[in-house]
Unconditional design. Structure first.
Length: 326
């Protein structure tokens, strides 16, 4: 089977991680990289032994050799970048948050489906084996019925200019808060009955840190927070009627510890060895493309849209609107 030929749009830090992962995957070929700066693209290409470097995104999408494009640009650009790829017949793996808002996400998905092209969100935890392990632990009934969860993801990243800029859809929510929301989505699904939240904004008007409470039918509740200004333990804790589960790092489940009614540790599941964790979304994308699917079963379009709608509602509550939004 011929390796899937992949191009990268954007040459920043997360693109570097994905590139270093792909060069260790024989089933794919990292064929090209594009940046708004040809020099930056050429330096990136040299670092990872990539055949082609392009100084415009248009050149990347017009290369007939490339089948899948990974979008690693700021959130504000995802929609227009994805549409450019799709209009030129390329499948898309788009970095999270998938878009700046749900309307853009719907537009991207609708275009992909109309062209019978695959598009998926690079929300890596959904593709990882540990997500399935967590579901199996909860389905086993070992902690009874899960009723409450907490999850946080906070990093010292307020020094990054793009995260302070409303015009680039900056803020904690779309960058790191989306992982806490995804953790809640994996555990409780997306049938949310109430959304309550509090925000502290930066001087530029984006969210610096936030606290979110989601309520679900049956009395279930998720309490989440994210921040650009502090460092957190990144834990997710699921409280059940017969015990509880601690997930180390909601951004990349490193370990799942299961405790019984007496708070005794009864099970531990450790993350399998991985290249970086990004390989799973590449594998899933390749499988979807081979099978002619427009979405990956691990990351359904509806799940992406559901989380985007929650983030839209949170920003509505906070009075945060990006300059490019109507």
């Amino acid at each position: 089977m011929e390796p899937l030929k992949i191009g990268i749009m954007g040459a920043g830090g997360i693109a570097s991680t994905l590139a270093s992962t792909m060069v260790q995957m024989p089933q794919v070929e990292l064929y090209g990289v594009a940046s708004r700066s040809l020099q930056k693209a050429e330096e990136f290409a040299k670092r990872f032994s990539i055949k082609k470097a392009y100084g415009t995104y248009e050149e990347l999408v017009q290369d007939p050799e490339i089948q899948l494009i990974y979008i690693a640009t700021p959130h504000s650009e995802h929609c227009s970048n994805a549409k450019l790829c799709l209009e030129n017949g390329k499948h898309v793996l788009c970095e999270k948050a998938f878009a700046a808002n749900a309307s853009q996400a719907e537009e991207m998905i609708s275009l992909a489906e109309s062209k019978n092209l695959m598009i998926t969100e690079a929300m890596w935890v959904h593709y990882m084996p540990m997500a399935e392990t967590l579901k199996n632990v909860l389905d086993s009934g070992i902690i009874g019925e899960p009723m409450t969860l907490t999850g946080n993801l906070c990093y010292l990243i307020s020094h990054k200019p793009r995260l302070m800029m409303p015009e680039l859809a900056g803020g904690a929510l779309l960058d790191v808060g989306v992982y806490a929301l995804t953790f809640a989505s994996i555990v409780f699904g997306d049938d949310i009955s109430e959304i309550h939240s509090t925000v502290i904004k930066t001087d530029t008007g984006v969210d610096a840190q936030n606290s979110i409470t989601l309520c679900y039918p049956g009395g279930k509740m998720a309490i989440l927070n994210s921040s650009l200004r502090v460092l957190s333990d990144r834990q997710g804790v699921i409280y059940g009627t017969e015990g509880y589960v601690i997930v180390e790092n909601v951004n990349n489940f490193e370990a799942i510890h299961v405790y019984d009614k007496d708070r005794n540790l009864v099970e531990t599941h450790i993350k399998p060895e991985q290249i970086s964790g990004y390989e799973y979304q590449i594998q899933a994308s390749a499988e979807a493309i081979r099978n002619g699917w427009t979405e990956c079963p691990q990351m359904p379009h509806q799940t992406t849209l559901n989380v985007m709608k929650v983030m839209d509602e949170l920003r509505r509550q906070w009075g945060i609107k990006y300059p490019f939004e109507d």
